[in-house]
Write a protein that binds this ligand. Structure first.
Ligand SMILES: [Zn+2]
Length: 122
């Protein structure tokens, strides 16, 4: 019994992870495309209105942009993880080439860094 492949740790089902990541990505992309619809009332925010109206509208717009940026970062991480699955390097840290703890991958399947390197990146 020495012919068993060692490329896939038994705890990780790459197909299952991949389909989970693809679902997550398409959900986020759906939310992003909703957010990026151009505002229906054009760009004349505040013109001819009380200041309060324009201000709250601008603020919610800024919050939305920040959220959209977060989502884009998440999509990029998911895409990187999908790439790693295809390349057979899934579960290996991008920075130090050490295996990522399976527990970490279960909690956050899009991780491409081990805990140590992820901490250093923040
Ligand atoms: Zn690392």
């Amino acid at each position: 019994m020495t012919s068993e492949s060692s490329s896939t740790p038994p705890e990780l089902d790459h197909l299952e992870i991949k389909s989970g990541l693809l679902d997550q990505r398409s959900e986020i992309l759906g939310r992003l495309s909703e957010m990026k619809k151009p505002p229906e009332r054009g760009s004349a925010i505040g013109f001819g209105k009380r200041i309060g109206d324009g201000t709250s509208e601008a603020v919610s717009r800024i919050t939305e942009v920040a959220l959209a940026n977060d989502l884009e970062v998440t999509v990029a991480r998911i895409e990187r993880a999908l790439e790693k699955i295809d390349q057979g390097s899934y579960g290996i840290c991008d920075v130090c080439d050490q295996p990522i703890a399976p527990g970490r991958l279960k909690v956050s399947p899009a991780s491409s860094l081990c805990i140590e390197c992820a901490r250093r990146q923040v």
